[in-house]
Design a binder for this molecule. Structure first.
Ligand code: FAD
Ligand code: MLT
Ligand code: ZN
Length: 535
């Protein structure tokens, strides 16, 4: 049976062996003389303690226009793909039907694993002619119920399409198949002296096709921008089987509408991405990671302001977590230790710098940290002295989603908000929920992206009613986005109007109708059910 794979951050660059930052009162660096790494059992070990909650079918009716799979269909697929790529095995289907959060569960009877674009094309052409609904699935690490069937949709996973097609060392352009696992691309590029422009905690399982289809943000967006900037080309297969070859490798190409952007972030609702070309930055030799404590949220904001100015081009990550987040990581993840013992602080910031001149970068970071300490923006801090320490800091930040899952039920919100207002929402939510729930705030502060998570022992509709629509209304009032990076999936398909105008959504629906007239691609997701008719 397939499992999600835990990942350890691959740190690719060299680390200095001596401390860069001396705390005036203590030397917390000495607490990190031992190697700390995340358990390799990772996601696999805690599945039995997960609280299941299946939201899907209670809200929606299966579209009666869709056909039901029969034995002729299965034989047809076997003819195209071969027996072993047509999966009916119960265990494999259980995994493919269930999302990472165990909140959404479909009842698909079939998982298809095409090996070429031609096979994807033939499969989709057939599904379209038979009106068989399909769900494109990558690593199934999505957090909005987009990657699993709602009912009996056929699951198509391009995980067998995992070849690197070409890599150009001069331009840094990588061309690969959509089923490549992100972490494998990271390793491939490392050998070439390059890195991927995106990085996220799910890197050991997610596929580049899934990343592109969700327009995944992650931990490096603050430096390298979104996939709308770094993806140079896409090959995709439309619902009717037509193959769109837009697999360009050019940085500049103003010949008409740039249609590849329709596939970046459309969550499998417009086509199946089969190949990707992406601009990769060179691997730089000097990386530093600092784990810092701030007394209040205002200091975190000021620190970001200062980091942008004083670290400038070497800033490669600016992540934050509140003390509830750190507590969760300490209580639920194996091998995680508080980097700044003995006290707990209100907020923590993880800063990473990446540059090409070790002494210049160190000097810059040191000066910035000393200044921030003297100015009272930082109340404590530690800089990783080696790759293991850096890893242990990142494991805390990247481990928060997993810790939340281990703690019980999670109500997860992924919001873009003005940085100065962002944490007010966490505090208001705490006031609203009192002792009935833990309210946790962390995320990509450098990108204005808050991950608001509400953790309770088990799911409770009364709690949900206190959270929604409050969270969406609050976000909308700030002209924020109700999906910063995770997408809409099934969870937020009907919430799109909080962030997009009626006219905009209407145009989206027209595009969907044009590209997928039978609506077979990832039905019930992304667009509101009021606009897309399911009968
Ligand atoms: P899946 O989950 O399988 O699918 C996601 C969506 O893309 C679905 O709608 C699916 O239909 C569609 N899709 C998948 N493959 C294709 C394809 N080839 N063609 C067309 N459509 C396709 N997200 C972030 O943005 N930033 C983060 O920092 C981040 N961190 C995470 C950390 C953890 C621990 C976890 C579990 C998730 C995290 N995510 C994050 C969410 C998730 O990992 C991303 O959305 C990721 O890009 C999904 O990739 P996947 O291959 O798993 O896609
Ligand atoms: C993260 O930044 O850790 C991911 O987006 C996952 C999450 O929000 O929980
Ligand atoms: Zn995130």
């Amino acid at each position: 049976m397939q499992k999600w794979r835990a990942t350890r951050r691959l740190l690719l660059n060299s680390y200095s062996s001596k401390s860069l930052f001396h705390h005036p009162r203590s030397n917390p660096i000495s607490d990190h003389s031992t190697t700390i790494s995340r358990s390799s059992s990772g996601f696999e070990s805690w599945t039995s303690r997960i609280h299941y909650r299946h939201f899907a079918t209670a809200m929606i009716q299966r579209n009666p226009a869709f056909s039901t799979l029969n034995s002729d269909d299965i034989n047809y697929f076997k003819g195209i793909l071969g027996e072993k790529n047509v999966i009916e095995d119960e265990d494999a289907l259980l995994f493919a039907n269930t999302d990472w959060m165990r909140k959404y569960k479909g009842s698909s009877k079939l998982l298809l694993q095409p090996r070429t674009t031609q096979e994807v094309s033939e499969v989709l052409k057939y599904c379209n002619s038979r009106r068989l609904a399909v769900v494109p699935q990558g690593g199934n690490t999505g957090l909005v119920g987009g990657s699993v069937p709602v009912f009996d949709e056929v699951i198509i996973n391009v995980g067998s399409m995992k070849q690197v097609i070409s890599f150009d060392k001069v331009s840094g352009v990588l061309v690969c198949e959509a089923g490549c696992i992100l972490e494998n691309l990271v390793s491939f590029l490392d050998n070439q002296g390059f890195i991927m422009p995106l990085d996220l905690g799910a890197k050991g399982s997610c596929q580049i096709g899934g990343n592109v289809s969700t327009n995944a943000g992650g931990l490096r967006l603050v430096r390298y921008g979104s996939l709308h900037g770094t993806v140079l080309g896409i090959e995709a297969v439309l619902a009717n089987g037509d193959v769109l070859d837009m697999l360009g490798t050019l940085r500049k190409d103003n010949t008409g509408y740039d249609l590849k952007h329709l596939f970046i972030g459309s969550e499998g609702s417009l086509g199946i991405v089969t190949k990707v070309s992406i601009l990769t930055p060179p691997k730089l030799s000097s990386v530093n990671v600092a784990f810092l404590a701030c007394k209040d949220y205002s200091s975190c904001q000021k620190l970001l302001f200062e980091a942008r100015r004083r670290l400038g081009e070497i800033l490669s990550a600016f992540e934050f977590l509140d003390n509830e987040s750190l507590n969760l990581a300490l209580n639920h993840l194996e091998g995680v230790r508080n980097p700044l013992p003995p006290s707990m602080h209100n907020f923590y910031v993880l800063i990473e710098t990446t540059g090409s001149d070790e002494s210049y970068d160190k000097e810059k970071l040191e000066a910035f940290l000393l200044r921030s300490m003297e100015g009272g923006l930082i109340s404590d801090g530690v800089i990783a002295q080696d790759i293991n320490q850096a890893s242990s800091f990142w494991n805390i930040r990247e481990g928060v989603p997993e810790a939340l899952m281990k703690a019980g039920a999670v109500y997860k919100y992924d919001l873009s908000l003005p940085v100065e207002k962002m944490y007010n929402l966490v505090e208001e939510m705490r006031t609203k929920l009192g002792n009935s729930a833990k309210v946790i705030g962390y995320g990509h502060l450098g990108d204005g992206n808050l991950h608001l998570n509400i953790s309770t022992p088990q799911y409770d509709d009364a709690i949900l009613a206190q959270i929604e629509p409050f969270v969406y209304e609050w976000t909308s009032k700030q002209r924020g986005s109700i999906s910063a990076e995770h997408g809409l999936g099934l969870m937020k398909a009907n919430k799109i109007f909080y962030s997009k105008s009626h006219e905009t959504v209407q145009l989206m629906a027209s595009i969907k109708k044009l590209m997928d007239p039978n609506g077979i691609l990832n039905p019930y997701k992304v667009l509101p059910h009021s606009i897309i008719s399911y009968s």
